[in-house]
Structures are given as C-alpha cells and as structure tokens.
Ligand binder design. Structure first.
Ligand code: FAD
Length: 458
C-alpha cells in the first residue's frame, strides 16, 4: 500500500472521531488543534470542591451506526458510565414547571389569549414551507401563539435586538416550533396529521409511547460518565484511543497555508512550527473561511453573530429539589436562563449537589448577570432549596457559540462551505462549523457519512 497521509484540522469530538475513521483508510493521520487540549466544546471544568461541570447539557447518545458507536462508546459497559434509557427533560413556562414535556404549555397563558390562539392554531391545516422561523410559526401556530410564546423565546436566545423576522429555521436548534395546546386526546388524534404533528407535542406519556410503536422508532441510549470528571472523561477516553491508534496530535497550532494543485490539496504549512505536512486527504472541522484564506481565496463575509454562552456552574450544600430531570428548559421570559443541567440526576450519584445554568447573551452583556441573582431565580423556580448555601462553583464565559441564524448568516456559511468543498476534491468540510448540523449525534453521523462517501469515491 502506498504511504498516504490524512490531515484533520479541529480537535473537537468531530475531528477526533474523523481521525480514528481515517486511520483505517490512510497510513498516517495528523490531527491539528489550535487550543492546548483537544475536545472542543466537550471539555469539562472542576470547581474548588472537585465538582465537575460541562459547557452546557452535553449528553451523548448512540448513533445507531455500528462502526461509529464502537468508536464512541466502546467502554460504556463498565461502571464508569451511567446508561440512560430515557432522557428526562421538562420546561418552566407561565411561572411553573412541567416536568413531562420540553414544550411550553399554551394553556398557561391568560384564558382569553389561549382561546384566541387555539382558534387560530386549529385553522392552519397545512405544513408551512417557509424557511423563516417567524413566518413558519405564524402559518403553523398562528400569530397569537407566535407572539406570546415563540417571540419571547427567540428574544431570550438571540437577543432583544435580534432581527426576528429574518431568522431562519436552518439552525433548528431548540425545537420551539412545537407547543402544548388543546385537550390531550384531541392532540393525540390531530398528531396523525403532519401539519399538527409538527406543531403540537404529546401531553400523555402513553400517547407518545404508542406513537413510537406505530412509527417503529428504536430506543436511543444516552451515556454519562460516573467517574466524577464530567463529559470530559469521554474526550479523555477518545484521546487515548486516538493516541493508541498511532495518530499524531498537534495542539496549540494552526494551519497558515494550504497548497493545492489540480483540484487537490497537496500539503499544509503550520503557523507556529512552519512544519510542512504532505496531505492526500483533508478533513476540515474548523470554520471554513479559515481554510479559504489559507488557500489564498477570498471568503464570503457578512454580518454573522455568534452568541456568548455565560454558564453559572453552582454546587449547593443541600440536594437539588428536582431529583429526576437530567436537563430542563426555561422558556419563561422572567428568567434569562434558558437551560439547566442537573448533574446528580445524570451521574446517578450525589457526591455533589451541582447544576449548570446557561444564559445566551452578547459579550458586552456578560457583566450584567450576577451569581446571587441567578441563585435567587433558581430558588424562586423551586430547583434549589431556599435554605441551601452555594458552597462552590465557577462562572464560565464561552464566546462564539450558538449562531444567530439570520438569512445572511445562512448565505455566508453556505457560500464558504460550497467554495471550499467545490474548489478541491480531497477535502471534507464537517463539524458544527460547517453549518450543516449542530447537535453531537447529527455532527458525528454527518462526518461519518461524508468520510465514507469521499474515501469510497477516491
Ligand atoms: C453552549 C452549548 C451547548 C450545547 N449543547 C448541546 C446539547 O445539549 N446536545 C448536543 O448534541 N449538542 C450540543 N451542543 C453542540 C455540540 O457542542 C456540538 O455538536 C459539538 O461540539 C460539535 O463538535 P465539533 O468538533 O464540530 O466542534 P467543537 O467542539 O467546537 O470543536 C471544534 C474544534 O476546532 C478547533 N479549531 C477551531 N478553529 C481552528 C483552527 N483554525 N485550527 C485548528 N483548530 C481549530 C476548536 O478549538 C475546537 O477544539 C452545544 C453547544 C454549545 C456551544
């Protein structure tokens, strides 16, 4: 076999898995990561008490693809992992919790608004075609429910000044195009119709289970480490596997230059060491515009806003009051928090009483939120005991996270992705930065399929 080399840029979960898949197809694989450690958004942090926290709710699940799952979850039959057959989620809306559904319950709105909204909702019987969230929702849920439920959520996630009417469905991140409304039995019947299935959530567990049987949906298993290291343990295990496979990992490094000839990338030059790497195949999971610039091409530019995630990691001296939910959505506009991750419920252990509360904001809003204000909100929402004291914690600010999914963002992203994918044949552009998908399982399935397609074709 000829000596061949694949280069992977971006050492997040996507890049690490890609490196392992490529090692079965190329003699050498080199992984380049700009940070000083691999793992990307799947790294965890520990506070002064040793409680571990993740960068938001990061609960990986099996993909259903044997080769991929073998890489991802090879050691999950050990006691180091908590297997979760059913992920428990709920949401806070209208001043109270619904611990059985992630979707906001419209019946908590003032009765006149609710009745008006139901009248509108029932009259929209077609599945909307619009790619814009606002148009889609007004043509599905109706104007009343869009304005009273969806718009406040969009403002919480994307900012008070976000151009609401030009936000696209592309990112599809949070599933807020579904609500609970109408009596439970009416919902169960209406959900047989695609237009109603898309906008209503089931209200009874039995209806949901019956639907799963009807659609022959397989159960999805979720995994969370019990080792006390948070989801970062998963990354550590994957990193060991990458190293054992003989893949070279280069951290604190970037690509300065990409040489290409006859529609093929031929070599890369690293920025700090100036090392030259021969390259028969390039897997790119960093932002595409960086590759285009390194190739001497002009990337598309436009107003692209990425939200800052401000995460309050908190550990208390008393158990959390919710001992069931793995994570929770906070849709109520009264709190800036949009999601909570409850670690004792994820690990199945109670060494610490810790949670993460996530807020999305702009970088200049970070200082306007205080830990004491967030704790007060958690107490008033009934998640934290009023008598509990915060014994340790950490506040994390992560810039450039969720994109504000405007039409401009989508166009710029799409153009850079296409320019990069089309100008050379031996490149796969993947990962969350490709703009094609966002969630962990979708990102990994897409990466797997792209590698299979590209390497089978070559
Ligand atoms: C706050 C938050 C919460 C989330 N919650 C969930 C969730 O609940 N469920 C879920 O499924 N998904 C969630 N996600 C999405 C999830 O994090 C992604 O699916 C996953 O991280 C994608 O992996 P990746 O490798 O593509 O990206 P990343 O993890 O971002 O990794 C990309 C890597 O590339 C590196 N890099 C960037 N530029 C360069 C360069 N020029 N050269 C070299 N390296 C570079 C970065 O340093 C990073 O290590 C969440 C994301 C965020 C931000």
């Amino acid at each position: 076999m000829a000596n061949t080399q694949a280069v992977v840029v971006g050492g997040g979960i996507c890049g690490m898995v890609a490196a392992l898949l490529l090692k079965q197809r190329f003699t050498n694989v080199v992984l380049i990561e700009q940070a000083d450690t691999v793992g990307g958004l799947f790294c965890s942090v520990k506070d002064s008490s040793g409680a571990a926290y993740d960068m938001g709710s990061h609960i990986p699940n099996a993909t259903g693809m044997a080769e991929l799952d073998e890489i991802l979850f090879a050691d999950t039959d050990t006691s180091s992992w908590h297997k979760i057959a059913r992920l428990c989620s709920g949401n806070y809306f209208g001043g109270s919790w619904d611990l059985n559904s992630p979707f906001p319950d419209a019946s908590k709105l003032p009765q006149d608004i609710y009745q008006q909204g139901c009248g509108e909702l029932i009259n929209h019987t077609d599945l909307p075609e619009s790619n814009l969230i606002y148009d889609y929702c007004t043509n599905s849920l109706g104007v009343v429910f869009t304005e009273s439920i969806v718009v406040p959520i969009l403002r919480k996630l994307y900012g008070q000044d976000a151009p609401l009417k030009s936000l696209t469905m592309a990112a599809g991140l949070f599933g807020f195009t579904r609500i609970l409304a109408l009596p439970a039995d009416v919902t169960a019947t209406l959900k047989q119709l695609p237009a109603f299935d898309a906008k209503l959530g089931y209200q009874r567990e039995a209806d949901f289970q019956q639907r799963k049987v009807q659609d022959n949906l397989s159960e999805v298993t979720y995994y969370y480490p019990t080792t006390g290291e948070g989801i970062g343990y998963w990354v550590t295990q994957l990193q060991k596997r990458v190293e054992r496979a003989g893949i070279e990992i280069i951290t604190s490094e970037r690509v300065a230059n990409i040489a290409h000839h006859d529609k093929k990338v031929t070599s890369l030059v690293l920025a700090n060491s100036e090392r030259v790497l021969d390259c028969d195949f390039l897997f790119w999971s960093a932002p595409p515009f960086i590759a285009l610039a390194a190739m001497g091409l002009t990337p598309a530019r436009g107003l692209v806003t990425l939200r800052t995630a401000l995460i309050f990691h908190l550990n208390f001296d008393r158990p959390l009051l919710d001992n069931k939910s793995h994570y929770l959505w906070v849709w109520d506009p009264s709190s800036a928090i949009f999601r909570l991750t409850l670690y004792p419920n994820l690990t199945g252990q109670s060494n610490h009483n810790h949670l993460s509360a996530e807020i999305l904001c702009s970088p200049d809003e970070v200082d306007s939120f205080t830990q004491s204000e967030i704790i007060q909100q958690l107490v008033s929402m009934g998640v934290v005991d009023p008598q509990a004291k915060c014994v340790s914690g950490q506040t994390q600010v992560i810039n450039n996270t969720f994109p504000v999914p405007t039409t401009e963002f989508q166009a710029v992203n799409q153009q850079n992705y296409e320019t990069l994918s089309n100008c050379v044949d031996n490149v796969v552009v993947s990962g969350r930065f490709s703009g094609k998908c966002w969630r962990q399982a979708e990102v990994l399935i897409e990466a797997y399929e792209s590698i299979m397609q590209a390497t089978d074709a070559s």
